[in-house]
Each structure stands twice: as C-alpha cells, then as structure tokens.
Design a protein around this ligand. Structure first.
Ligand SMILES: Cc1cc2nc3c(=O)[nH]c(=O)nc-3n(C[C@H](O)[C@H](O)[C@H](O)COP(=O)(O)OP(=O)(O)OC[C@H]3O[C@@H](n4cnc5c(N)ncnc54)[C@H](O)[C@@H]3O)c2cc1C
Length: 362
C-alpha cells in the first residue's frame, strides 16, 4: 500500500518528471504507435532505470491508476490520442473546476427525482425507431412488462435530441433512424474508442480496512504485473460514503474485456481478492458475504463505459440532434459534465429554431 510519507515525498517529483518525459517522447512518436512501447522505453532511460525497485514499482502503479482513470490500458492507446488529452501543463484535464460529489444512489435518481416532475417521461422504455416525416419526428419505444407482454408508445415532436450512448448508436444506427444516418456520421461514430471497466463489488461482514481512506491501492504486484492475469490494484472504499462494508475493485481496458468475455464470476472474484490477501491476510476470504461482477461491455444499453473521443455537436440529421458524453459541445467528453453541457446546448438550439419559426413551445 502507498502509505508512508517518505515514499510519497520522493515519488511526486519523480512522477512529474517521468510524466513530462513520457509526454515529450509520445509527441515525437508516430500517430498510431501505442503508448505502452514509449512508456517502457522511457523507463529504461538512465534517470529512471536507476530508481530503487520500490520507487519504480510505485511509479508503475501510479500509471496503472492513470490507465484506470482512462478506462483503457496503454497498449490500447495511440500516442497521438493520449498527447491530445494529457498535456502536463493542464493537470486538471478531463475535470471540471469545483468539488467532487458522489451520488450514492446512482445517477438514475437525477432523472427519477428531477426530470419526471416536469416532463412526460417514459422510464424503462427502449427507443426502437426515430422517423422524420413531413409532420415532424415520430419516436417509437417499447416497454417489456412481464405480465402484459410488450407495450409500445409513440411520441410526435418537432425535434428529437438523442442521448443514447455513442457505442450503442454505432451498433444500432441502421435500425434506429429513418432516414438513415449519413455514411460520414456512421463512420465518425464507429471511430470513437470506448473505454472498458469491470467492477467487482466485494461485500464483507465487517470493515477490516481504514474506514476514512477513499482508496486502497496495492502496489505489491508491480512492476512484474501481467495485467491480463492480475488487473486489480485499486479498491474504492464504499464504507466511507454509505456505511456498507463494501470494497469495489476495478479492472480496465483489454484486461477487463477478456475477464468479462472468458471468466466466470467466481474466478473474477478470486482475482479481485488476491491482492487484498497480501495486505490483510487470506483469512479475509471467510468474511466475504456476497459479490457482484459488472459486465457492462455486454450490456446492450451501454456497450462499454465512456467514450474517449467524440462526435461533433454540429453534425446534423435533419430535426434529430445528438447530446450525451460522446457529443462534444466545448471540448469535454466522456463525463457527466460533457453530457450535461451538450444537452443544454442542444436544447438551446431547438428553442432558438422554434422561436425563429414562431412555433408554440411545448
Ligand atoms: C465506471 C464509471 C465511472 C465514471 N466516473 C465518472 C466520474 O467520476 N465523473 C464523471 O463526470 N463521469 C464519470 N463517468 C462517466 C459518466 O457516467 C458518463 O459520462 C455519463 O453518465 C454520460 O451520460 P449520458 O446521459 O451521455 O449517457 P448514459 O449515462 O450512458 O445514459 C444513456 C442512457 O441511454 C439509455 N439507452 C441506451 N439505449 C437506449 C434505447 N434504445 N432507448 C432508450 N434508452 C436507451 C441507457 O440505458 C442509459 O440510461 C463514469 C463512467 C463509468 C462507466
């Protein structure tokens, strides 16, 4: 675990100089070269290969956290893609100014508690068709109700703002839109990289870790880690936020995809527990009461985690506009604020057009 102040003092300047060196080296690399090659090359440079094994180990662990934040491992990321995002002179890239907040009941609550009061909202309806006709847009959705079979609903409107995730749109655009999207829009959608996460919720019958720490990091498997074999190295302490004795382990990128595709839940849970044994002992296995493994890559409404890269907000499809975390309004992407800003921007666009047409606002 990264705990002692001595390591912390030594590691921060080393991390910053390594990061700058990596950024400079990646900027000189061919566009499609993967970042992991550059990373390993910089690691062999004299100023870094002479570092103590312990500091090298922590340095690798910090970059593994960076991969976790991106949802992709460095062998998935092109140098050009990373250089565009990761400017060391802008250390808060990807973040919005202001404090962080955790919505412990899930962001679905925002829709349930706020939006359903003001708008006619159909929860648990799957949109299956968005048609543009001379009379406006017709959006058809279906809801599966076990006792009554499928029920469908159609809403007619002047405009539609689509917020279906880009990874889902890329797979379903042909069936969803009439007329269909242009080839260039379909190409843009299919070119967006989608990050992958696999989370393992470990529910124990007691809290045996530091209750106040947000994260528990296990550096023990570094630097010889094989991500496809042991991708878990960071645990989120859910107890701190909702008093439930839960640790959440996260794997990302190709390793997460492979686990999701090839391994049963019990095997994945074993791997998530293994690094914790090194810190707390193998007896913690007896304290595990339940576990839950997410499989968001296979989930048909998300097809992965968030997008890295985006679809321009200016891309038009008649009266159908797009918003969400894969649609950039001002450079943000892959975050709640990106989704929120693009939604507000598109709503303003619709209002402006309706006002110029003197159409009634509904
Ligand atoms: C593990 C993880 C951690 C994250 N952490 C952060 C963070 O700390 N900070 C941050 O800002 N962002 C974070 N994000 C990103 C953030 O959650 C997303 O960027 C944000 O939720 C995007 O909002 P959205 O409305 O565009 O898409 P979504 O939240 O994906 O909503 C799209 C909705 O469309 C629905 N849908 C799909 N297909 C259909 C259909 N055919 N008909 C009807 N509905 C459909 C889906 O079910 C879903 O509810 C995280 C994401 C993940 C996966």
């Amino acid at each position: 675990m990264v705990q002692d102040e001595e390591n912390e003092c030594e590691i921060l300047p080393t991390f910053h100089s390594f990061y700058r060196r990596l950024y400079a080296a990646a900027a000189k690399q061919a566009k499609t070269d993967k970042l992991n090659k550059v990373f390993e090359k910089v690691m062999t440079e004299s100023s870094f290969c002479k570092l103590s094994p312990r500091i090298q180990c922590i340095l690798r662990w910090i970059f593994a956290c960076h991969e976790l934040w991106l949802g992709l491992t460095f062998d998935d990321i092109d140098c050009e893609e990373w250089v565009e995002m990761a400017n060391p002179d802008n250390p808060s890239w990807g973040d919005l100014d202001g404090p962080h907040a955790i919505i412990t009941e899930g962001i679905g609550r925002i829709v349930e508690t706020r939006m359903t009061k003001k708008l006619e909202t159909k929860i648990n309806h799957r949109v299956i068709k968005i048609e543009q006709t001379n009379q406006g847009c017709r959006t058809t959705s279906v809801a599966s109700q076990s006792d009554k079979g499928d029920t469908s609903a159609t809403i007619t409107s002047a405009f539609v703002i689509v917020t279906i995730p880009v990874a889902v749109l890329a797979k379903s655009a042909d069936d969803l839109f009439s007329p269909s999207l242009s080839n260039s829009m379909k190409k843009s959608l299919s070119e967006i990289s989608i990050s992958h996460y696999l989370k393992v919720y470990l529910v124990f019958n007691r809290v045996f870790w530091d209750k106040e720490s947000t994260w528990i990091g296990v550096t023990a498997d570094f630097p010889n880690k094989d991500p496809s074999n042991q991708p878990f190295m960071l645990y989120f302490n859910y107890y701190k936020f909702n008093k439930a004795p839960i640790l959440i382990a996260t794997a990302c990128g190709e390793a997460a995809k492979l686990l999701e595709m090839k391994k049963e839940d019990n095997e994945i849970v074993k791997r998530a527990l293994k690094p914790l044994y090194k810190v707390f002992g193998t007896h913690i296995e007896e304290w595990l009461e339940q576990s839950l493994v997410t499989r968001w890559g296979k989930e048909k409404y998300s097809k992965g985690a968030y997008p890295l890269g985006s679809f321009s907000i200016d891309q038009e499809h008649g009266s159908v506009l797009f918003a969400g975390d894969g649609i950039t309004a001002n450079g943000d992407e892959g975050s709640l604020h990106a989704a929120c800003f693009s939604g507000i921007k598109q709503a303003e666009t619709v209002l402006e057009i309706l006002q110029t047409r003197n159409a009634p606002l509904q």
